[in-house]
Design a protein around this ligand. Structure first.
Ligand SMILES: NC(=O)C1=CN([C@@H]2O[C@H](COP(=O)(O)OP(=O)(O)OC[C@H]3O[C@@H](n4cnc5c(N)ncnc54)[C@H](OP(=O)(O)O)[C@@H]3O)[C@@H](O)[C@H]2O)C=CC1
Ligand SMILES: O=C(O)C1=N[C@H](C(=O)O)C[C@H](O)C1
Length: 254
């Protein structure tokens, strides 16, 4: 933690949203940061510049996040981004924008919870050791995207680990299927999305081999759980210009 320099000036985009509210509280609770702007839908984004924000946290919506980031990068404001919906095309566009503002840092993390980061890591470690791997993600029904960003990232990590290990194709004799019954195919990994009132954010990675299964499960039971990871991202972002994908790159994990 920085104890000698002035507090980092932080703005939150999506400040009145379910996660944004928690992030505002987390920033206000620490002494090495000052919350200088709380911006939500309908508020002018120019307030970021007027408030002197050095770093922005974005928990908004996949439809608006690219415009927000373009504004931040063009104004040299670092960004720590939890909003989902990033595909290769969007990441390439961010790379182009950052090339014109080389001192600016952008962190995109599908999940800021430490347990979810470990769940992804353990799943990737285990995936080459089992014949079958499928993902079930379960969320509240107000979620915009399916599958979740976390499930998409987990599938990519599993697929990469299995390619690296030359794992054979997973067994699946399905020859007759109602559309969607086997979930979405993300990089060769089946992902099933559940949307049920009362849930927050949950994911199971189910691995299976001869005579056994292993289930790795993570549960977010309160959105306050995303706060510590976002603070860690904010503390690291100034020292990491360019694009970083995944909070794990800023953490000291074993
Ligand atoms: N990476 C992570 O760890 C996590 C990521 N997420 C992701 O974060 C995003 C937000 O999730 P959640 O908080 O649940 O969603 P909410 O809908 O509760 O919050 C989003 C907020 O952003 C506002 N908003 C919309 N457009 C803009 C804009 N242009 N500028 C500023 N604010 C805007 C919305 O206003 P209005 O409702 O009026 O449109 C709303 O208040 C999603 O993509 C979700 O998947 C969620 C949890 C953890
Ligand atoms: O929308 C949510 O709620 C969440 N979104 C992120 C995702 O899509 O993975 C992170 C977490 O699952 C909560």
């Amino acid at each position: 933690m920085n104890t000698t320099e002035a507090p980092l000036r932080v703005a939150v985009l999506g400040a009145r949203g379910k996660v944004g509210r928690e992030i505002c509280k987390a920033v206000e609770a620490v002494s090495d940061m000052t919350l200088v702007a709380e911006i939500d839908a309908g508020d002018p984004i120019e307030r970021l510049v007027e408030s002197g924000a050095q770093a922005v946290v974005d928990f908004t919506h996949p439809d608006v996040v690219m415009g927000n980031l373009q504004f931040c990068i063009e104004n040299g404001i670092h960004a720590v981004v939890g909003t989902t919906g990033f595909d290769d095309e969007r990441l390439a566009r961010l790379g182009e924008l950052l090339a014109a503002s080389p001192e600016t840092g952008v962190l995109i993390a599908a999940n800021f919870s430490i347990g979810a980061i470990l769940m992804m890591r353990f799943a990737a470690q285990a995936a080459p050791l089992f014949e079958s791997v499928e993902i079930v993600e379960l969320h509240h029904p107000t979620k915009a995207d399916a599958p979740s960003g976390t499930a998409g990232r987990t599938a990519e990590l599993i697929a990469a680990a299995r390619r690296e290990a030359n794992s054979p194709a997973m067994p699946d004799a399905t020859s007759q299927e109602i559309d969607g019954a086997r979930g979405a195919d993300v990089d060769g990994v089946r992902v099933h999305s559940v949307r049920v009132r009362g849930l927050v954010a949950h994911q199971e990675v189910i691995l299976g081999g001869l005579g056994e299964t292993l289930t790795i499960r993570h549960d977010s039971i309160d959105r306050a759980g995303f706060g510590p990871g976002v603070l860690a991202g904010l503390r690291a972002i100034e020292a990491h210009p360019g694009l970083t994908i995944g909070l794990e790159h800023f953490l000291d994990l074993p």
